[in-house]
Ligand binder design. Structure first.
Ligand SMILES: Nc1ncnc2c1ncn2[C@@H]1O[C@H](COP(=O)(O)OP(=O)(O)OP(=O)(O)O)[C@@H](O)[C@H]1O
Length: 726
């Protein structure tokens, strides 16, 4: 190789080095400018937030993002309103949102949202071990020098002036000791940045600098918040105390404080802490349909609601939360709005039938629901072909046979006799031989023909029409997820309808319920519905957080001899093993020789309550007639009453009054059950010969006991059981 060639190579190399140095120098200059701007921006924001520390908030500024090589978190704020992950932006152009995207100066900036959500997820993971629900962790993107208050999915976009008022307006969910423990924990998990020394490796060719620990793309000419500025602000804003020596002591203390708080508070206030096992269910990824079951009061609904909020945070589609009862969706919507207002608009709370009707209406499917005309059609059919048939040998009352049509035939979507002839009649005790099934089928056909003649639909028709329409539309549904509460009360057609909306997609369908609390006749198994729940997708909660030992014992005594079949087909004894949390409670039994004396005792008990205590008291009755009677009695005595049909979960200073069925899924500090044993007969314990009873009587009694059990387990602190007996 010639000497001249080597000199030229050295010159080329020197020029390459010079170019590299120049690029690095330019990068350093750009970075220094960003830091200057950033520190100015961050100082502004930090200054606006500093006063919060005097109001019990803790600020952790410029923190290392665990699990990443160089990621940082601008600020973590922990205060009465929860945990907030702040990403501070110091952009020249104002942020804009269009079609669910973040832009500035016409350029897309979604990568900043992605990064903030990823940091938020890390923070959620960190507090989950303390039993804190992800709904209590919120991502805020704060824009120095701009005025803004907008939402982009889960992320709240705020200007530097808007951020502090927004934080202060947050509903109070953490007590000072919880704030302290959570802040200490986050302080350990997201440690402070150690210095801001410039690592040559991190520089590359000027694409990244030490201030760009932010993993999102830096837009040219943009002044994004960098770590160095943040560190300087940290000198003044961070008030994190050194972590205590024994972290575990802290965590235990926090769990105990949270549990105490929960046991004192009504469900309205139960919105931040769960048992860590429950948080795991809230956050778990399931590959297909899943189920959460467990005895009364074990937190199924609470987990269902927190999971709903979480799904709404993490998906772009809507979430449907369905129960059978009409009044529950209102109450649950109130809870969710209280717990997680940011996502409340993305969740539809519906009763199954109102959902089906809306669904048909939206898709232009005509439906003429007419309960009275449908009932007249049934009564005619009964007079024509039922009353004189062999069915009366089994049960002379038409009610049992109407239930057979509603819950077994139409509820399961059966349309041929052959199918009905062989179907296992779940939760129906009376055995039907073929002639009886033929007679039922004749009754069904007569009813259907009279109903169609009148041009009306019944409730089951509404569900069947909706199922047909949902299937016709294939996968075109707006729901990312469907959560079904009190699933044991639904009919098979109802469950199929909800399953069709989301199919078997991951995290799509969640069924929440407890077979022991079934309060309607009939039933189904998951296999009948074609829903395959396997492995860890079936979870059982076992700790009762609601009832004291005395109250639960009294309730379990009612159903102790009734085994029940759950939707997974398992038979379970009525007296189930439940773990109890330590909790005081009282059962008061009042027995009077006359109805007047009994009612007087009830009035005295209610009069003794303060107005605020009345707000958390409920009088529950087995029948509409009894509700009418007690409404007149209470109002006549000047005790304000709120009917459960109208209750929406907001506190009202009135005694709640309603049926056992309407009380499902709810709870109250004090529950009063006047004449509680009137509708219930214990299973016969006398030796044969016993007096003859219709075969269906046992079934009816078992249902009445289940309803009473449900009503009794609504009580947290006090259960008043009235009885008339001479
Ligand atoms: N981890 C927990 N710690 C303390 N209390 C809890 C916890 N989880 C739930 N609770 C409380 O337990 C009570 C019962 O919760 P929830 O209504 O969700 O139970 P459930 O299983 O749906 O009851 P049911 O089937 O009887 O309607 C509520 O007051 C709730 O706040």
């Amino acid at each position: 190789m010639a000497a001249g060639g080597s000199a030229s190579r050295r010159a080329q190399e020197a020029r390459r080095q010079e170019r590299l140095l120049r690029q690095q120098w330019q990068a350093a200059r750009r970075q220094a400018q960003r830091w200057e701007a950033a520190s100015e921006g961050e100082q502004c924001v930090a200054a606006k937030l500093l006063f919060l520390t005097a109001r019990g908030w803790r600020l952790l500024v410029d923190r290392r993002w665990p699990g990443t090589r160089a990621g940082n978190v601008d600020m973590l704020l922990i205060g009465p309103g929860g945990v907030f992950v702040l990403d501070v932006k110091n952009w020249r152009a104002a942020p804009e949102t269009a079609n669910g995207k973040l832009c500035a100066a016409g350029e897309p900036r979604d990568e900043h949202v992605t990064k903030l959500l990823a940091v938020t997820k890390a923070a959620e993971g960190a507090v989950a071990s303390l039993g804190m629900s992800p709904v209590a962790v919120q991502p805020f993107m704060v824009f120095a020098g701009h005025g803004v208050d907008a939402r982009l999915g889960r992320v709240r976009l705020l200007g530097e002036r808007e951020v502090a008022p927004a934080l202060l307006r947050e509903r109070c969910r953490l007590r000072p000791e919880s704030v302290r423990a959570i802040a200490d924990h986050l302080d350990r998990v997201f440690p402070e940045y150690e210095g801001s020394s410039v690592a040559q490796d991190d520089w590359g060719t000027g694409e990244r600098g030490p201030g760009e620990r932010d993993q999102g793309k830096q837009n040219p000419g943009e002044r994004d918040m960098g770590g160095a500025g943040a560190s300087r602000a940290a000198g003044t804003a961070a008030v994190a105390e050194p972590p205590p020596d024994d972290g575990l002591f802290d965590l235990d203390g926090l769990r105990e404080a949270a549990l105490e708080e929960a046991l004192r508070a009504p469900i309205e206030q139960w919105m931040t802490f769960l048992h860590p096992d429950q948080v795991a269910l809230v956050r778990r990824n399931w590959a297909g349909p899943a189920r959460i079951s467990g005895p009364a009061g074990t937190g199924k609904t609470v987990v269902g609601l927190h999971r709903t909020a979480r799904l709404a945070q993490r998906t772009t589609g809507r979430v449907l939360y369905v129960t059978f009862a009409n009044n529950l969706p209102r109450v649950q919507a109130t809870f969710l709005r209280t717990m997680s207002p940011a996502v409340a608009d993305r969740v539809d709370f519906r009763s199954l039938h109102s959902f089906a009707r809306e669904f048909l209406h939206e898709h232009g499917v005509p439906v003429r629901l007419h309960r009275e005309k449908a009932l007249t059609a049934f009564n005619r059919a009964w007079s024509r072909v039922g009353r004189g048939s062999c069915l009366t040998e089994i049960d002379p009352s038409d009610r049992y046979w109407k239930e057979e049509i509603d819950h077994v035939i139409k509820g399961r979507g059966i349309t041929s006799f052959e199918e009905y002839a062989n179907v296992p009649r779940r939760r129906r005790r009376a055995a039907l031989r073929r002639p009886h099934r033929e007679a039922v089928w004749r009754l069904y056909e007569a009813y259907e023909s009279l109903r169609t003649e009148r041009g009306v639909h019944d409730f089951n028709d509404v569900l069947s029409l909706a199922l047909a329409e949902a299937r016709r539309r294939g996968g075109q549904h707006p729901y990312a997820a469907v959560v079904v509460d009190e699933v044991q009360d639904l009919t098979l057609v109802g469950v199929r309808l909800l399953h069709t909306l989301v199919g078997d997609v991951p995290n799509g369908l969640l069924l929440v319920g407890d077979g022991q609390q079934a309060v309607y006749p009939g039933g189904f198994r998951l296999t009948d519905a074609g829903i395959d729940i396997r492995g860890d997708r079936s979870q059982v909660l076992r700790t009762n957080y609601r009832n004291s030992k005395e109250i639960l014992e009294a309730a379990l005594a009612v159903v102790a001899d009734d085994t029940f079949e759950d939707i997974d087909g398992l038979r379970t004894p009525g007296r189930r093993d439940v773990d109890l949390t330590y909790h005081d409670g009282q059962v008061i039994r009042v027995c009077k020789p006359t109805p007047a004396g009994h009612d007087q005792a009830l009035l005295e008990a209610l009069r003794a309550l303060s107005p605020s205590a009345r707000a958390d008291a409920a009088v529950l009755c087995p029948s509409l007639r009894a509700i009418g009677h007690y409404q007149r009695l209470l109002e006549g005595a000047g005790i304000p009453v709120c009917l459960l049909d109208q209750y929406d979960g907001h506190p009202v200073e009135a005694v709640k009054l309603g049926s056992y069925l309407r009380a499902k899924g709810l709870e109250f500090k004090r529950v009063y059950l006047p004449e509680h044993d009137a509708a219930v007969t214990r299973p016969p314990t006398t030796r044969p010969p016993r007096p003859p009873r219709p075969e269906t009587a046992d079934e009816r009694d078992a249902l009445a006991r289940s309803r009473l059990f449900v009503a009794m387990t609504r009580a947290r602190d006090l259960l008043w059981l009235g009885r008339v007996h001479s």
